[in-house]
Design a binder for this molecule. Structure first.
Ligand code: C2E
Ligand code: CA
Ligand code: CA
Length: 584
């Protein structure tokens, strides 16, 4: 409001000054009086331009009222009808200003005073009739009304009706403007996406009105908490976006995380990204979205920043993918009773030209947070299919192939189609492919992930719930997830020989899984003792260093189905009597 009102005051003061300097005045004192009014308006304009932003909203009613008063005092001082009309035209600035910034009711009050004052100072001028004076002022008010209507309409298109915040369009406009400033000044710019955790369940359990109320409350809370200059918008659904000009990534993260932790309305997950040189607004928001995804996948109720190191690694990973340097290695999945290899899990392997082997968790995370996972996933899948066919040919038997899928891939609407294309290209049978997903990933990715899994299953592809038994797992989800296999996390397996309770849980889980039609794979089997216990409990499948480390497909093809993967050891272990474990 400050700069606009300031500009209007300057324009009005300038018009009055032009009259003072350019018109003959029969009475010199009147020229001085009008000059004083013009200078007052000009000074007020400068002050408003420089310091107007500190004024509270109500003060702008005083600013507008004072504008009306100054014009009303100035018009009678004008020497001719023409100059009086010129100065009364300045009423238009006040009228536009009030309809622009105030509610319709507030504007009506200002405009009534303005109409009365304008008609009163003009009606008795020589050459003017009261009717013409009133018509003139009413015309000014009507022009202001039309301008106000158009302005409000334009503003509504960029504003969210529910929260009163900017909507996505408004945010994008602000982002464009901020990008231009950042490019000109080199100042940092960060953006954040905030997502209300479990918003769907608020809507489902308490109704949409409660959901709306929650969004309004969150918007209101953050609007007041953000620093001046920040732009808060409702970005869509239960997602808010914040633009933080002048803040580098780490400080933006700190701020957003502090606000998140202090928030009282709802738990939020937040993703933050800082603008990189030459980056577009869309790319910046895509990275903020990736960071948000990472925050959700890490368990929600936290904030994440996409940092520079990830960006560098992502570039190298993109090169490696283009060069075909990311390969699928195989870790055998065996029957723990005899160690016979039933299938393999494909595990991505990448050796960085400078760093050497990069842990898959690290580069998969980078791929997820930069969108590269949409290339990594199909590349590993295709390599794994080719490798599995090679092993099948060498062994002359069928072989199950399990491949890890990231949640990011699942939310890509094209994902099922891409998997089917890879199968068609490589000739690997859908019925021998199993995709491994974690519960947390499915949860973070929502309905889209479930739909993708169901579609894939309709083509005969199997689904495994990976890492079951880690912090996240919930028994109640077992019957809702579309799955065929349950992979017990290595941490869970590790406990079965040392904790009788854990062994008891495994036994219960095996029977529950059998009821649900889920085949259990115990991961991380490192000792013969574990293999023996699993065999005794009837665990159908196992995987771990006891049987084999992950190896290149060719090596597996050459060493044979039972050679070198430890089946003899496991078989022997299975035959030994059980020791040291009491079932609960
Ligand atoms: P994961 O899916 O749980 O894979 C099993 C991990 O346990 C592998 O680690 C494997 O090498 C390791 N492992 C196997 N046997 C044993 C054992 O007896 N003891 C212990 N302590 N560990 C064992 P790796 O290869 O480092 O992979 C780590 C994670 O990276 C995987 O965990 C998976 O979440 C992810 N990952 C690997 N490849 C891919 C991929 O192609 N796509 C996606 N999205 N994720 C992948
Ligand atoms: Ca896995
Ligand atoms: Ca696992």
């Amino acid at each position: 409001m400050g700069p606009t009102a300031g500009a209007f005051y300057l324009a009005g003061g300038g018009a009055a000054l032009a009259v003072v300097l350019g018109s003959p005045f029969p009475v010199a004192a009147t020229r001085l009086e009008l000059g004083a009014l013009a200078v007052t308006a000009l000074l007020a304009g400068v002050l408003l331009l420089l310091r107007g932003y500190v004024l509270p909203r109500w003060a702008f009613h005083v600013v507008a009222g004072t504008g009306t008063l100054l014009i009303t005092l100035a018009v009678p001082k004008c020497p001719t009808l023409a100059t009086a009309l010129a100065i009364s035209a300045v009423y238009l600035f006040v009228a536009v200003d009030v309809v622009f910034f105030f509610t319709w009711r507030e504007s009506a009050a200002h405009l009534s005073v303005l109409t009365a004052a304008g008609a009163w100072v003009l009606h008795d001028r020589p050459g003017m009739t009261p009717g013409v004076a009133v018509s003139l002022v009413v015309l000014l008010v009507v022009i202001a009304g039309v301008v106000g209507l158009l302005v409000h309409e334009a503003a509504d298109a960029a504003r969210d009706g529910l929260t009163g915040l900017a909507n996505r369009r408004g945010f994008d406009d602000a982002l464009d403007a901020a990008l231009a400033v950042a490019a000109r000044t080199g100042a940092p710019l960060s953006a954040a996406l905030l997502d209300v955790d479990h918003f769907k369940s608020v809507n489902d359990h308490h109704g949409h009105a409660a959901g709306d109320e929650l969004l309004r409350a969150v918007g209101e809370e953050y609007r007041h908490a953000l620093p001046p200059g920040a732009v808060l918008a409702r970005y869509g659904g239960d997602e808010f976006a914040v633009l933080l000009p002048g803040l580098p990534g780490p400080r933006a993260l700190e701020l957003v995380d502090r606000l998140r932790a202090a928030g009282t309305c709802a738990a939020l997950s937040c993703g933050v990204a800082e603008l990189s040189p030459g980056e577009s607004g869309a790319e910046l928001m895509r990275r903020a979205d990736s960071a948000l995804y990472a925050a959700k996948a890490a368990g929600r109720g936290r904030a994440r920043l996409l940092d520079d190191t990830s960006a560098v690694l992502a570039r190298d990973l993109a090169d490696a993918l283009a060069a075909g340097d990311v390969r699928a290695w195989f870790q055998p999945i065996v029957d723990p009773a005899d160690g016979e290899v039933v299938g393999v899990e494909a595990l991505a392997r990448w050796t960085h030209p400078v760093r050497g082997p990069v842990p898959p968790l690290e580069f998969v995370h980078v791929a997820e947070s930069t969108g590269l996972v949409h290339e990594l996933g199909p590349a590993v899948l295709a390599d794994a299919c080719r490798g599995a066919l090679e092993v099948r040919r060498a062994w002359g038997c069928e072989l199950l192939l399990t491949v890890n899928v990231s949640g990011r891939e699942l939310t890509n609407p094209d994902y099922p189609q891409r998997v089917l294309e890879v199968l068609a290209d490589t000739g690997f049978p859908a019925s021998s492919l199993v995709l491994e997903v974690t519960e947390s990933v499915v949860d973070a990715s929502g309905q889209a992930a479930l739909d993708a899994l169901r579609e894939l299953r309709s083509h005969g592809i199997g689904v495994a719930i990976d890492d079951f038994g880690t912090g996240y797992s919930a028994f109640s989800r077992l019957d809702t997830l579309p799955a065929d296999y349950l992979k017990l996390d290595a941490g869970f397996t590790a406990g079965i020989t040392t904790s009788p309770r854990r062994a008891g849980m495994l036994e219960a889980l095996l029977s529950l899984s059998a009821t649900l039609g889920l085949r259990v794979v115990a991961e991380g089997v490192e000792t013969a003792e574990q293999a023996r216990l699993l065999t005794e409990m009837g665990c159908p499948l196992a995987q771990g260093w006891l049987f084999s480390r992950p190896v290149p497909p060719r090596q597996l093809a050459e060493q044979g189905r039972t050679g070198g993967v430890g089946p003899q050891r496991a078989g022997a272990a299975g035959a030994r009597p059980r020791q040291g474990v009491t079932r609960v």
